[in-house]
Design a protein. Sequence first.
Length: 203
Amino acid sequence: MVQQQIKGRGVRDERVLEVMAKVQRHMFVAESLKHQAYDDHPLPVGSGQTISQPYMVAAMTEALEVDREHRVLEVGTGSGYQAAVLAELAGAVYTVELLRELSLAARRVIQRLGYRNVRFRIGDGHEGWAEFAPFDRIMVTAGAETLPFGLVDQLADRGRIVVPVGRDTQTLTLGVKHGKRLVQRALMSCVFVPFVRSRDSGA
């Protein structure tokens, strides 16, 4: 998986490659799908959500440039696979998931694997996690129609945010914060499940 699907497609950060080889993707999918766990495509994880393809996880992680001293906000816990990858690289990961059943399932797997630097929150990802802001890095693992500037407000100066932006097909976008300004760069085309709001938000 790492040599052909990830390194072979351009991911060069050795730390990211090592982590992708270490984190057990099969632990985050249903028993019936374990034989596909290391194929390079998304897989369903229930509730209409998916676990991203390994290459996309690696590419987004590389773009964030995560270091051990960083505090990372992940929006869209899903299966918990991306959170585990980030936990290998960051000092602390704060992950928010709208769907209670997914968050609880991901927490069980993460704890079973021995990660102690991941905090879970069930709620609307558009709200981030203001209690622990600012974050050095923010990753959004769902397609936002427009850049979520509410999350950018929780990003530290010189921090980095990676988010898929668009409707049916998104553009993976990297933003680097400089004071009140966000310098954006398009990375690649991608397709993610929609970044939805909680019904309680009124949006």
